[in-house]
Design a protein around this ligand. Sequence first.
Ligand SMILES: [Ca+2]
Ligand SMILES: [Ca+2]
Length: 234
Amino acid sequence: MKVFFNSVKGVTVGLALLAISFKANAIPFEVDITVDNSYALFYGTQTTATNFVGSDNNWPTAEQYAFDLPANNYIYVVTQSDLAVAQGFLAQFTNLLTNERFYSHDSQWQVTATGRYGFAPYDSTPASFAELNSQLALANAGTNPSAGWVATTAGNANGSAPWGNLSSIDSAARWSWYNSKKDGSDPTQGGFNHDEYLIFRINVGAQSVPEPSSILLFTLGLVGLGLARRKYKA
Ligand SMILES: [Ca+2]
Ligand SMILES: [Ca+2]
């Protein structure tokens, strides 16, 4: 009986830890996104973009992607406009584990301006990763045109002019951009080079996984439960 309960305890704790580690290691996201005028979606650590998800250069279409975001990773959205009429980043990100959704104007997004118009990394080639990662280093050091990572500026919501409605994105989502003028004006309206290309980032992995202390308490609780059952039955 002792061997039996020991193995039950082991399996229970093992399954619990497996479930926690799965949850802690990746968050499955579905994203619906478009940018006026073009973007590439990456993710990676605070210093290094490691994965390319996709890109597009046609604002009237919203693209959908699914990817597993490792814990504590950042989502990166590289954007560049055609310097005409308007510019903006519009998206919704849905956590498929919790159904929580956030948008392109969420206050936790940050943006940085590279001043490298025409050099936006838009594919998965080594040269693109090198370009992006060199700019992440400058942004993290605060030595680029925006002096590092700054708050984004939200423009009008999905459905507004000149874009109209992107039907696969909620009407709550707002077009967002970097404002190099810092004068309170809406940087999404009127063609203008706000020190493009831009990189948006958000760190969502840290907010959706258990704290180490709660994992420890949960594990200790399971071990205690196993010991209690053993004591009672033995
Ligand atoms: Ca598009
Ligand atoms: Ca434009």
